[in-house]
Design a protein around this ligand. Structure first.
Ligand SMILES: *Cc1c(COP(=O)(O)O)cnc(C)c1O
Length: 333
């Protein structure tokens, strides 16, 4: 694969660290060695996985002559925060459409990412009910802006289309290079699986390089069959874009046991995982994605899912600003 042929803006600042988590591994019994890929340390305000995707998405926007970016997400969306962040750097206007997936959860004065939307000067925030057709809602905003003489470009939710997912094909290749340099054999990789671009791109990068590293996706909202189909479809489309071989259906594996009552709703296992990683490695997860994915990792390690002596790589996708909107979930810890 020659990813260099695709337009991108150059938002990456070299590879993100891939580091051992010895204290965390020990706290989980010491039979599995956990490593963490620190995509929480990517550039862009407060970091996180969307920077790899937006590197390609915003390049396409600029190629098309856009002066305005529209995107969407949940009320504490990291994707919206990072899209706004890169729009600010590029001198582009940014408008957000927020989906109130949990009724009554939108608070215009909330902390976390919501605070950062306003701090970074979002041009507009429009909140729509959960279940709305977000592409249609963004098209409405685009039509209004066009009528006012603007040239809007729509980044789909999570930048999870083949353009954005190319960023995670690159991440997989970056990981393989790092493992070679570290002389480290990884037996499995655990990633959060939300709008699916991260999971799909990682699978394409691993399969396309014949890496032999299974990628385990931890769902944050959907059931296993629904999420696997979503990831598989996007992986196939992304493979076609980047020129990777066909993706076998069984390369896509999701776990839905750690979602809890629903998207963004806290679980005890998430609180435990976030607290444990904070107290063993001083690494900050988030309550919605990396915290639930880590809860899945913790459970699989404890259940003996990975053979003794395995090396498991956890992809830390960022999101820690959302912690500050979940203080109540952590108050007795
Ligand atoms: C968006 C997001 C994810 C999920 O990535 P997708 O590509 O949407 O599946 C995981 N972690 C964090 C912190 C995110 O913001």
């Amino acid at each position: 694969m020659n990813l260099a042929k695709f337009p991108r803006r150059g938002y990456l600042n070299g590879p993100t660290p891939l580091e051992a988590a010895p204290n965390f591994s020990k706290a989980l019994g010491g039979k599995v060695n956990i490593y963490i890929k620190r995509d929480d340390l990517l550039p862009g305000a407060a970091g996180g996985n969307k920077t790899r995707k937006l590197d390609f998405s915003i390049a396409e926007a600029l190629e098309q002559g856009a002066d305005t970016i529209i995107t969407c997400g949940a009320v504490q969306s990291n994707h919206c925060r990072l899209t706004l962040s890169w729009a600010v750097k590029e001198g582009l206007d940014c408008h957000l459409v927020l989906e109130e997936r949990v009724k009554g959860s939108y608070n215009p004065h909330a902390s976390g990412n919501n605070f950062l939307f306003h701090l970074m000067g979002v041009k507009s925030v429009r909140v729509v009910p959960g279940g709305s057709n977000m592409m249609e809602e963004m098209e409405k905003t685009a039509a209004e802006l066009r009528a006012g003489g603007k040239k809007p470009y729509i980044v789909p939710g999570g930048a999870s289309n083949p353009v954005g997912a190319t960023g995670y094909v690159n991440c997989a290749e970056e990981v393989l290079r790092q493992l070679f340099d570290m002389h480290l054999k990884i037996d499995a990789m655990v990633v959060p699986s939300g709008s699916a671009g991260t999971h799909a791109g990682t699978v394409v990068g691993m399969v396309g390089n014949n890496a032999g590293i299974p990628v385990l996706g931890m769902n944050v909202s959907r059931t296993k069959p629904v999420q696997e189909e979503l990831v598989y479809k996007l992986a196939c489309a992304t493979a076609e874009r980047v020129g990777a071989p066909a993706i076998p259906r069984n390369a896509v594996e999701c776990f839905d046991a750690y979602v809890g009552p629903g998207y963004s709703l806290p679980t005890d296992a998430m609180v435990e995982a976030v607290t444990l990683l904070a107290r063993t490695e001083a690494i900050l997860l988030d309550p919605v994605y990396s915290g639930k994915a880590a809860a899945g990792l913790v459970d699989l390690v404890r259940k003996g899912h990975f053979p003794e002596g395995s090396n498991v790589l956890f992809l830390h996708t960022g999101g820690s600003p959302a912690l500050y909107a979940y203080l109540d979930s952590f108050k007795d810890k």
